[in-house]
Design a protein around this ligand. Structure first.
Ligand SMILES: C[S@@+](CC[C@H](N)C(=O)[O-])C[C@H]1O[C@@H](n2cnc3c(N)ncnc32)[C@H](O)[C@@H]1O
Length: 261
């Protein structure tokens, strides 16, 4: 189930939250960043939800050195309960899926810093292209001189598990939605995605190629919003970044950015 339904879905879906906690974010970034010495490093977990990155670090990130920012007020409150020594910041910025009541283009609140590491796992996989650029630039400005910003993205055409599944990342996502409805067929969407540099999947079924897509702002129920970028496109979008393939058996690539000089 998509993360958004665990927070904004039906009572039944929200009850599943404790069973669906993800782990592996720390190990993922540890590998992507070349196993740095984390001791005393200040870490900003952007879109960190309830702090599963911190929980998974097994003490390698100290709660005192950790700050989490997220647009889900309930997740931030839950994280604060779990790790009261860490810093938890609710960011009331519009996100069509996670915070549809939020303020469009709301600037980041004062977070202190600078930060040695700013990490965003599966956050810009749920934002528009413009939001990604605006937020990445704001985050980059918060880096210490030797700091690094690392965020994940999903390449629609990349085959993450060639042995297990002959499909690409977009097919994997579409199958999860469409398998629940045997009468529908996702293959036309897959066909349309051929050659896409990036694409957005709105509500699990509407595919927009090289476009953020559109949605109804007045939709009462939670809506999923998945954005995919090819590695080549992301490299063009952030020319001074380093793009790395997935690690840890995951499907997400990583984009690593240094402070502006
Ligand atoms: C798929 S979840 C990943 C959560 C967390 N990074 C993890 O790995 O467990 C995406 C998270 O990004 C947050 N998010 C989306 N847009 C955001 C924004 N503009 N600023 C901060 N957080 C955002 C969501 O609220 C959600 O918690």
């Amino acid at each position: 189930m998509d993360e958004v339904f665990l927070w904004r879905g039906t009572d039944e879906q929200r009850k599943l939250r404790p069973l669906r906690r993800k782990s592996g974010q720390f190990s993922y970034f540890d590998q992507q960043l070349g196993c740095p010495d984390w001791t005393g490093k200040s870490v900003l977990d952007f879109g960190g939800n309830q702090g599963d990155l911190l929980a998974g670090s097994d003490g390698r990130i100290r709660a005192e050195d950790y700050c989490c920012v997220d647009v889900l007020e309930e997740a931030v409150a839950e994280g604060r309960r779990r790790f009261p020594q860490a810093r938890w910041v609710y960011f009331d910025r519009f996100n069509c899926s996670f915070n549809p009541q939020g303020i469009a283009n709301c600037p980041l609140p004062a977070l202190g810093g600078p930060f040695d590491l700013i990490l965003a796992y599966s956050v810009f996989t749920h934002t528009t292209r413009e939001d990604m650029h605006d937020l990445v630039e704001q985050l980059r400005a918060l880096l210490s001189r030797d700091g690094r910003l690392a965020f994940t993205f999903i390449d629609p055409h990349h085959r993450s598990w060639p042995g297990d599944d002959d499909g690409n990342n977009l097919k994997w996502r579409l199958q999860r939605v469409f398998d629940a409805d045997p009468l529908s067929d996702y293959k036309p969407l897959l066909e349309r995605s051929r050659g896409a540099q990036w694409c957005a999947l709105v509500g699990g079924r509407d595919l927009f190629v090289n476009d953020n897509g559109s949605w109804r702002d007045d939709a009462g129920s939670a809506m999923s919003y998945h954005v995919f970028h090819t590695a080549q496109f992301l490299q063009q979008e952030f020319p001074d970044s380093v793009i790395q393939p997935p690690v840890n058996g995951e499907m997400q690539h990583c984009c690593i950015i240094r402070p502006a000089t």
